[in-house]
Ligand binder design. Structure first.
Ligand code: SDX
Length: 430
């Protein structure tokens, strides 16, 4: 905190209002506007463009410099040197684990990868063509019914178990939501495999033959989970925090996060990018789509471009682009037509005045779909993969809030509806 102050003079108030200013370790200062309520005023900030809703120590983003730090470690270093479960440990506990801590964490996750057998029958309530995100919203929320009675959110041990259950079971449930759509049998986790290998085993394995998981694909899958792990107060994480602020159990909060992530402006963008590249179909049609994206009267937007915070390159997109080149080269797909369209689209957009002026750069979703498609993941599963990776970020923020002091989130509003008026009996209405 600091002893800096903002002095606000308000028409109609005799005295100016003094508001405290707080400084963090990195990033902009914030003005504590709580004092305005006593003067009968609220702040107004639709979309929370300029609002810090909480204090946090988990992730820092500098949108102008394209910096993303998890507990101080740059995403580029974590992507190169770390792995997803080690990054989960870092996000949850604040430090990188030593060898023993890492082994214990990984083995504990392994002990929670199976789901209750009743969950398997739960799937039968869905149509086979249900979108896997719809299934995930329902099934993850239903985990509350299996663990709600043994969960005291004020008990750190209970919160730990919930974190392990969610991190461990999300890949299992995600793979089940895919298998269900194919009519193939669900695959049980194989805990002799690492996290990403286990996921690919449950996605593409079958009970009739051993799984043969490509190390190239499992490494790319692990990196995708890692790059999606957390991103400070994005829409879905803020949803989890708001749900958690009412005291809701973590399974219900994560289900709320999954629902918020599904939107095409957020985590649903990776699926929308692939659909857009397929709709463009050929580099010769790119100009037509760029023109549509610039047309105010056309709701079309270039999916995978733009970001609320990054007004420079999304550092995750850079790493994702390198991974896309590696994976496609390893698979002999370097001439993938969609990758060619994506690279040409990026080149054109980054030289177009509209995109330069509005600082619209490729974001994390722009290249992830190309890698996921190369791995063999169906497009409808892209946002599910995002949700699997982001679960640790949601849990880390939920836990940071619940383990500290917090109040129920309850924003106010600018009311522009009717002033008070009397009821009109039916017979007197025109
Ligand atoms: C994620 O918050 C996070 O951290 C999210 C995320 C995470 O890890 O959790 O990073 C993941 O959600 C990435 C974003 C994925 N979404 C998309 O790729 C969808 C396409 N992008 C846009 O919908 C948009 O850029 C947003 C939603 C990402 C950001 O929206 P903002 O911050 O509200 O910006 P805006 O809509 O106000 O746009 C500013 C201007 C507008 O023009 P004007 O009204 O000022 O004239 O830029 C234009 C927009 O029309 N614009 C675009 C555009 N994105 C913004 N124009 C064309 N194509 C685009 N993609």
């Amino acid at each position: 905190m600091s002893d800096k102050k903002a002095t606000l003079s308000i028409d109609g108030l005799a005295e100016a209002v003094e508001l405290p200013i707080y400084s963090g370790t990195l990033g902009p200062d914030v003005v504590d506007v709580g004092g305005l309520t006593a003067r009968g005023m609220f702040t107004y900030d639709p979309g929370f463009v300029s609002t810090a809703a909480c204090e946090s120590q988990i992730t820092f983003i500098d949108g102008n410099k394209g910096v993303l730090l998890h507990r101080g470690y740059p995403i580029e270093q974590l992507a190169d040197e770390s792995d997803y479960l080690e990054t989960c440990y870092l996000l949850l506990y604040g430090e990188l684990p030593n060898k023993a801590q890492k082994e214990k964490f990984v083995s504990t996750v392994h002990r929670h990868t199976m789901v209750h057998e009743q969950i398997r029958t739960f799937f039968n309530g869905f149509r086979r063509d249900a979108h896997p995100m719809a299934i995930m919203c329902g099934v993850v929320g239903a985990l509350s019914a299996f663990y709600h009675d043994s969960l005291d959110i004020s008990d750190e041990q209970h919160r730990q178990v919930a974190a392990f259950r969610l991190i461990a079971k999300m890949p299992t449930l995600a793979a089940m939501s895919y298998k269900f759509s194919t009519g193939q049998p669900f695959m049980y986790p194989d805990n002799s495999l690492n996290y990403a290998e286990n996921f690919l085993h449950m996605m593409f394995g079958n009970p009739c033959e051993p799984s043969n998981i490509s190390p190239v694909l499992s490494r790319a899958m692990d990196r995708i989970f890692l790059l999606h792990a957390d991103h400070e107060q994005n829409a879905s994480t803020s949803t989890v925090r708001l749900a958690g602020s009412s005291g809701a159990n973590p399974f219900a909060c994560i289900a709320a996060g999954i629902a918020a992530l599904w939107g095409p402006s957020h985590g649903g963008a990776n699926e929308a990018v692939l659909e857009m590249l397929e709709e463009i179909g050929d580099v010769s049609r790119i100009d037509e789509f760029v023109a549509r994206a610039k047309d105010k009267d056309d709701p079309f937007r270039l999916m995978g471009f733009g970001h609320r915070v990054y007004k420079n390159f999304d550092p995750r997109a850079k790493v994702m682009k390198e991974s896309a080149d590696e994976v496609l080269a390893e698979l002999g797909l370097e001439n993938d037509p969609l990758l060619a369209i994506a690279k040409r689209l990026e080149e054109i957009a980054l030289h177009d005045d509209y995109f330069i002026e509005k600082k619209l750069y490729p974001n994390v979703d722009f290249y992830s779909g190309i890698i996921l498609k190369a791995i063999g993941i169906p497009t409808s599963m892209f946002t599910v993969i995002f949700a699997v990776g982001r679960t640790v970020g949601w849990i880390a923020h939920w836990n940071e809030m619940i383990s500290g002091s917090y109040r129920i989130g309850r924003p106010r509003q600018l009311y522009t509806g009717h002033v008070m008026r009397d009821y009109v009996p039916l017979q007197e209405r025109k």
